[in-house]
Design a protein around this ligand. Structure first.
Ligand code: FMN
Length: 207
């Protein structure tokens, strides 16, 4: 089993990375392979709405999005984490998620996603609300925890003191492990994946 973790922060060792590390130790203890992707300071284009991904399953721009989609095919579950920037996801994470989830529905559907945010002080629930919209759109079961999945701090050392936040991360990771095991057991027992209607109905409210 493999989990792909995407960190939408510019900081390789920042708060979001610290929260994700707490989850990673649960995954590795459970024998689950982890791959990590940091959006970092690389340029990530926003969606130009060209619609080409609908034919190819990949974006017309070759950056972290297509790298992610190539790796996603082999992953069983995902963790998406972002710092809070102006009570939203980081700009890089918004651009990444818009394009990745629009292009890559096929490689992602029916695979669980855990979402988390990190902030110095406020805007966490608004940003989390934004982040959760993506797996909800893409037929991805959302992994819960014992509280809303967020950590507080400006540095990784601050997050170290957010004991409740770190516990929430560990619990979310355990819930992810359990969900992956349930999905694997279901597959083994012949439980079929949910059917998806081939033709997508798009009612654009134009009459
Ligand atoms: C452009 C920008 C906007 C920010 N906006 C907020 C905010 O709205 N609320 C907040 O609590 N922290 C805000 N912060 C602080 C970060 O969310 C916080 O330091 C976060 O934990 C950093 O995570 P990271 O180390 O993974 O990047 C902002 C930081 C930046 C750079």
């Amino acid at each position: 089993m493999k989990i792909l973790m995407v960190n939408g922060s510019p900081h390789p060792s920042g708060c979001t990375a610290r929260a994700m590390a707490e989850m990673e130790s649960v995954f590795t203890a459970a024998g689950i392979e982890v791959e990590k992707m940091l959006l970092g300071t690389k340029e990530i284009r926003s969606c130009i709405a060209c619609g080409k991904c609908r034919q190819t399953g990949r974006c017309v721009f070759s950056d972290a999005v297509n790298e992610f989609l190539d790796q996603a095919d082999a992953a069983d579950g995902f963790v998406f984490g972002s710092p809070v920037h102006f009570a939203s996801l980081s700009g890089a994470m918004t651009a990444f998620m818009d394009r990745a989830l629009y292009a890559g529905n096929e490689g992602l559907k029916n695979k669980p996603a855990a979402c988390l945010v990190s902030a110095r002080r406020a805007g966490t629930t608004a940003a989390l609300d934004q982040l959760l919209k993506y797996p909800m759109y893409a037929n991805m079961p959302i992994v819960p925890s014992r509280y809303w999945p967020m950590v507080h701090g400006n540095t990784a050392a601050d997050v170290e003191q957010d004991l409740e936040g770190l516990q929430i991360m560990r619990q979310m990771a355990r819930n992810m492990v359990w969900l992956l095991q349930c999905i694997a057991a279901g597959k083994e027992a012949g439980v079929p994946l949910p059917q998806h209607e081939a033709e997508r109905i798009a009612t654009n409210f134009v009459r």
